[in-house]
Ligand binder design. Sequence first.
Ligand code: ZN
Ligand code: ZN
Length: 149
Amino acid sequence: MCKECYIDNSRITPLLNPVDCLSHHTQYICGTCGRCICIERDLRRGLQRWNFPFQSLEQAKLYLRTADVAMKKSCGIYEIKSSRGRISYKIFPGEEELQSYLKKNRNKICEAMSPVFSVKEYREYPFTQVRRLTHEEIERYMQEKNRQK
Ligand SMILES: [Zn+2]
Ligand SMILES: [Zn+2]
């Protein structure tokens, strides 16, 4: 896997409406493999994609790097169960943030109370960029993305 962004498929993101996301949202551009990860903050609450729940561990992993970079530390992916037994995955900087989430969401539990995935050590890399892509870059990225499928 890419040592910087923790994923081996370097063009897998964005998953949904990729052209839209690449055109209108600020991206974390992995300096090692070139993968773009949406790091746009929503205007209302200042939240980024990694702040929201994911349907699978695999999806959460795709965004873990943006959480680590935003918090400047190694964050964890936690398995959350709803009172109806529905499983989702959520990234928290640490157990404290998990605890306060569970306090506010009484219908949710985390059985393990420890991450199902995190990287050992937070590191920064020299060629990382955080910015919007140019039209040419979007075109090239989409060609590479379609080729990789
Ligand atoms: Zn986006
Ligand atoms: Zn990478």
